[in-house]
Ligand binder design. Sequence first.
Ligand code: PXG
Length: 291
Amino acid sequence: MLKVYLNGEYVDADKAAISVYDHGVLYGDGVFEGIRAYDGVVFRLEEHIKRLYDNANSIKLNIPISQEEMCRVVVETVKVNQLRDAYIRLVVTRGIGDLGLDPNKCLKPTVFCIADKIAIYPPEMYETGMKVIITNIRRNKGDALDPQIKSLNYLNNILAKIEANNLGYPEAIFLNNEGYVVECTGDNIFIVKDGVLITPPVEVGALVGITRKTAIEIAKSNGIKVEEKLFTPYNLYTADECFLTGTAAEAIPVVEVDGRTIGNGKPGLITKLILAGFKEVIKVKGTKIYE
Ligand code: PXG
């Protein structure tokens, strides 16, 4: 039985329950992180924890433990479950309150951490590439709910995922209200045009992805020019290459968007280079779980 960290204790997964009065459940009031461990090493742990605390601060949620302690919680949760490869879900909610939405009624945030096996895309998809659609659902507007916050409000993403599912595709690309490409339901997006790697600036409505940052670093260290700039569906359809980045997907090639073939319909060279670079980086950028 897996053990889950819940408010300072490790409890059996089937006993790890939170209150129906928790505002994380009642209002989606909270923040989370999705983190991975590879072969006994947590990938970019401090960066995930920093993002969690920045996100919490931005919604005026005061996490009761320090960032260093939170890093230890993550490492310990993987350790007590004796996992080497894990998908880690770290959640902080506003905590238990009453039936009103006032966060001031919630006295203590709820903190839980789950370390489990990861469900990833089938390995063939990395060889053949993925076919995706652009969803009709627009990404949340930043002045309503900033997509830079990895909050417990994922309905915008889920509605887009439902549309993709209905049409038989595994992932959907969001445009913002101005019609620019922003990101996917759980991944950032990159295109390659004439040897230049291009990704939308996060201000257009994308999460500041940690895998996105890693991909940019890998590209730059290989002498590839990287631009963070706006682009449209036309630029996407006519790109030489396209790939998505995220903690779950790593870097996955996209070979078709809305029935348009991207490049030659096969994962491109720069995409392959980024994915290969990622496999190397995970070996060095991490926090060791076991001595
Ligand atoms: N955009 C969105 C909306 C995300 O939710 C990313 C981009 C990529 O960010 P990172 O930091 O992971 O490179 C995400 C991350 C899941 C799952 O179980 C989703 C994410 C991460 C891990 C697992 O669906 N989304």
